[in-house]
Each structure stands twice: as structure tokens, then as C-alpha cells.
Write a protein that binds this ligand. Sequence first.
Ligand SMILES: N[C@@H](CCC(=O)N[C@@H](CS)C(=O)NCC(=O)O)C(=O)O
Length: 181
Amino acid sequence: MSEYKLTYFDGRGRAELTRLIFVAANVQFEDEIFPFAEWPGKYRAETPLGQVPYLTLNGEKIPQSIAYSRMLAKRFNIAGGDEIEQMRLQNTHYLREFDETSQDHDALMKKFTREEVPMHLERIEKIVNLYGNEGFSVGNSMKWSDLHVYDIASSMLKFDANILDKFSKIKAICRTVESNE
Ligand SMILES: N[C@@H](CCC(=O)N[C@@H](CS)C(=O)NCC(=O)O)C(=O)O
């Protein structure tokens, strides 16, 4: 049995960064995936905070994906070197919540893809300009911030296939991650 188990719905969502960290570090983990239909009746009651994903490590269930992803990245040596580099990596780790419950879903979706996503991508592009190098968000080796940028940026392509066109640094990071075996 693997030391690590990650539990989430059948989708990328907030679990994908952690999956990418395990895969990039070549560390075995159990990817426990359950159908959404089983969430209310079965899985919710088993979670620490009534939410997924969570990580089970040595029998302890740990909530909050960024907290345990950071711990894993440190453990697998892709969390940056000194405090300054770790802080720079941290700059790329923010996610915008998307309110799926809004009444006017179409208008919200338009605002999200035409205004909010480009604004956030632009900020990430600037951060990479400041701290990174060609194909890397910080420094010049792959770190968990690259996996996060890749996860977020590539999932935005489903809303608009051209959404990354203006962001050459982000596209270079996506290529780095995609070319990693
Ligand atoms: N900050 C938490 C957020 C977790 C979260 O929002 N999980 C959602 C799915 S992505 C969830 O469990 N929703 C089901 C519910 O609240 O009933 C994390 O990153 O782990």
C-alpha cells in the first residue's frame, strides 16, 4: 500500500496540482477517485472539513490542498532553495474562485474568460518575467510553481483555445511541464 492517498472527485480541480507533484517527483500515490453522486451520501462524512481533496498520510487525513502540496513539494525538493526563492514561488499560487451558483451564468462566464482570467494570467506573466527564466517560473529548474501555472493555465484553454496567446512565458512553462516524461 502506498504511503500517500489523495481523495477527490473524478476531475482535475484542486487535486491536479498534487497529482502533478507526485508524478513529477516520481513518487507512488493512491489516486482515490469517486463519482460525484457518492459525495453527499458517503464521502463527505469521511472528510476532515466536509471538502475534498484531502491527503491521507500515515493514516492522518489532511485538508487544504495548497498546504499539503507545499509540504510535498518541500519533501520532494521542488519547493525552491532559500526563503527568498520559496517566497517567489508562493507568488504564483493563487486561485480565483469561480461562483458556479450565480443566476446569470453566461454573463459571469464571459466576464470570467474575457476579463478575470486574462488579468490573472497577465500578473503571472509579470511574476515570471521578474523571477523566472525561459520555461521556468522561478530560477532555472522545474518547481511546484511550474506545475501550478501549468495546471491553471492549461485548464483555461477549455474556455478559450487562444487564451494563452499573449502570454509567451506561461506558454513556455506549459511546454516545460508537458515535455517532462
Ligand atoms: N481550500 C480548499 C478548498 C476545497 C474545496 O473548495 N473543495 C470543493 C471541491 S473543489 C468541495 O469539496 N466542494 C464540495 C462541498 O463543499 O460540498 C482546498 O484547496 O483544498
